[in-house]
Structures are given as C-alpha cells and as structure tokens.
Design a protein around this ligand. Structure first.
Ligand code: 5GP
Ligand code: ZN
Length: 114
C-alpha cells in the first residue's frame, strides 16, 4: 500500500528505529512512547486491522506473537513483564491502519487501561 506509513517503513522509504526484523515481521520503537519501552511489531504484509486477518494469515499471526516473545528476551524485559496490545478500529483509538502490536515495558502498567 503506497499511502500506508508502516508499508513505507517496510519498503525502507522511512527509516524507524528498528529493534527486530525477520522475513515476515518488522519491529521498531514508537515515536511517541507511552512507557520507557514502547515497541511496535508489524507484519511486512499490509493488513489494515485485526478484523482483516484471514485464515491464510494464521501462521503470520503466530509469528507476530513469537516475535514479541523474542523481542522481550532480546531487550531484557521478559522477566520483569510487559504488555502487548492491538488496537482495532474507532473505539480502541487505532490511528494507523496497518495492524501492529504495541509492546509496553519498563514501568508498572495499570489495569484496566483507559
Ligand atoms: P494505534 O493508535 O494505531 O494503535 O498506534 C499507532 C502508533 O504509531 C502510535 O503509538 C504512534 O505513536 C505510532 N506512530 C505514528 N507515527 C509514527 C512514526 O512515524 N514512527 C513511529 N516510530 N511510530 C509512529
Ligand atoms: Zn501498510
């Protein structure tokens, strides 16, 4: 998708602060962090929202979660803990319509979220 911000990162047209990458997944630091660690994990394939996942994306969805686990170990916050969130559509406040997992760590996170 040529007009998608995160597709531009996958294509190398915009260069985020990358923390993890493999053939299917890119992860980079959020530009407006909500915790000491705030990483976004995206599929390289353009999928707008969680609602747009299809059956053929099942393995990719698993790969996104496995990437979160790998990033938590790599960045050293797996034991202390972290939260991963996917916002979907209006009521969640989703702003970028290329599916992404937020990974928040580095402070005590309150529950329930706002
Ligand atoms: P959403 O609200 O869609 O779940 O989250 C979008 C996230 O993308 C926000 O946390 C926002 O700070 C982040 N974001 C928006 N534009 C950019 C950008 O240009 N670079 C980076 N690294 N993050 C961005
Ligand atoms: Zn995209």
């Amino acid at each position: 998708m040529s007009d998608c911000l995160f597709c531009k990162m996958v294509a190398g047209e915009i260069k985020p602060d990358v923390v993890f990458e493999n053939d299917q997944v890119l992860a980079f630091r959020d530009i407006n962090p909500q915790a000491p660690v705030h990483i976004l994990v995206i599929p390289k394939k353009h999928i707008a929202t969680l609602n747009d996942l299809s059956g053929e994306d099942a393995a990719l969805a698993g790969e996104l979660l496995m990437s979160v686990k790998a990033i938590a170990e790599q960045e050293g916050f797996s034991e202390a803990g972290y939260r991963t969130t996917i916002n979907c559509n209006r009521d969640s406040g989703q702003e970028v319509f290329h599916i992404h997992l937020h990974v928040l760590a580095g402070r005590k996170l309150s529950w329930p979220p706002g």
